[in-house]
Design a protein around this ligand. Structure first.
Ligand code: PYL
Length: 276
């Protein structure tokens, strides 16, 4: 997982409403609808859960420490989805105690290795990498519409990419996967519905639908892409070069945290997609 920097998220809190409009325009879904679609629950079920939960975001100082603005941005995404949320004054263990003392039922906290949402009532955990993989897959599905006729190339079979593949399999999508590390693609060699692409440059122009889930920067240049490519690009750094992003940005879904956090919340509220 690539660690965010303060500048990656600076000012995005004020742009959440505009980002939500951009998502609606590109995918036909709002941020909350993407999260609910990915988590397998109706938007009404999420909204009905609002009175049941106060959410706490707990800053964590371990490892490389606090990322300035991280907790506040996570809080703003959760508030944007309609939930009561606060960031604890205390950090770490004291922050956990403060969150429980203030009746929080769902806790969001991240160290340098894991970012989780912990539901104290249902005793379940949702994970940012898994939520990001399924959230961006749901967003791409909203943009692409015909997954059944057209294969999706997943670049990177790490925690985010493998979650995306699992979600796409659930949609009976046609899937291709490419990863430099053959150990990451080996689990898919026995799956007939998944094609393994060994060479990214050769594969890219063949695919209209792409999920770029690698920690590499600048591996996708404009001329490598299918002319009608639609891309889901979770997190930072972005695999596309700035020039490729500028040329394609009306057909790209990209953010550092928004879709992942929104989907974590939907999963935390209804961990196994209980429909109601
Ligand atoms: C959750 C993000 C998504 C991509 N990389 C992950 C990352 O940057 N993780 C580190 C988060 C550290 C947060 C810090 C704080 O401010 O509480 N412990």
């Amino acid at each position: 997982m690539t660690r965010l920097k303060a500048e990656d998220i600076a000012g995005l809190e004020q742009e959440l409403a505009a980002y939500d409009r951009e998502l609606r325009q590109k995918t036909g879904l709002t941020l909350r609808q993407i999260a609910c679609t990915a988590a397998g629950l109706r938007e009404r079920a999420l909204l009905e859960a609002v009175p049941a939960y106060t959410v706490a975001v707990i800053p964590v100082t371990s490892g490389l420490g606090i990322i300035s603005g991280f907790a506040r941005f996570v809080q703003s995404i959760i508030k944007h989805l309609g939930f009561n949320v606060f960031t604890t004054v205390e950090t770490d263990v004291a922050g956990l105690a403060e969150a429980v003392a203030k009746q929080a039922g769902i806790l969001f906290l991240a160290d340098d290795y894991r970012f989780i949402a912990l539901n104290l009532v249902t005793r379940t955990v949702s994970d940012n990498a898994q939520a990001t993989g399924i959230g961006f897959s749901a967003a791409l599905h909203g943009m692409a519409k015909d997954f059944h006729a057209t294969p999706v190339l997943v670049i990177g079979a790490g925690p985010v990419g493998s979650a995306a593949i699992a979600y796409l399999r659930g949609l009976q999508a046609r899937i291709a996967v490419c990863d430099l590390d053959q150990a990451k693609t080996r689990p898919y060699e026995s799956m007939p519905e998944i094609k393994i692409e060994r060479n990214l440059a050769e594969a890219l122009p063949k695919y209209k639908y792409i999920i770029e889930a690698t920690p590499q920067a600048n591996i996708i240049h404009h001329e490598m892409l299918h002319p009608e490519a639609l891309l889901a690009v979770p997190g930072i750094p972005m695999g596309l070069t700035p020039a490729a992003y500028a040329l394609h940005q009306d057909r790209i879904i990209h953010d550092p945290l928004q879709i992942g956090v929104a989907t974590m919340l939907a999963l935390a509220v209804h961990p196994n997609g209980k429909r109601s």
